[in-house]
Design a protein around this ligand. Sequence first.
Ligand code: FE
Length: 207
Amino acid sequence: MEHKTPQMDPSALFRIGYGLYVVTCNDGTKDNGLIVNTVCQLTSTPNRVAVTINKSNYSHDVIKADGRMNVNCLSEEAPFAVFEAFGFRSGRDVNKFADCTPLRAANGLVILPRYINAYLSLEVEQYVDLDTHGMFICKLTEAAVVSDAETMTYSFYQKNVKPRPQPEKKKGYVCKICGYVYEGDPLPEDFVCPLCKHGAQDFEPLQ
Ligand code: FE
């Protein structure tokens, strides 16, 4: 039998499709939420859902202790601000719901009032230690569809939501006569356009 040398291109893993979710929980005194892409339905009779969370996230410890969470399924309408609010800071340091009156599911945990198309309430049945992460295997205690908007996928987020780095704006002046661009600020008063020979009065600042 012929043996091939295995290829190992880690970018192949980027081809796995993911959705993006805000997982909410409560530590007994305050609500918390974080963004994950690791929500996966495992079985349907009964419905079981796995959620994997990095152990460095505060929510990991909260859910391990409390055994409950809500999965808020983000829709394509979710703006970047949602990812900033839940993704780029820790519930150890801030109350992510300090400025709003959140809605709650039957289990008492937060559901987002906007930008989701469904939510799931989960109760942890099994915990699997994955070294850097913990996997929570859960049963479904509530499930609701709240809008018909498309689910936010990781690739949609990368293409349409995540801000692209803006090219640095150049300061300068453009000749209104011929379009020649002088790079620099200020434009010298005695400047003469090298192309059309008009003076500084025929230049305007670059937009
Ligand atoms: Fe000119």
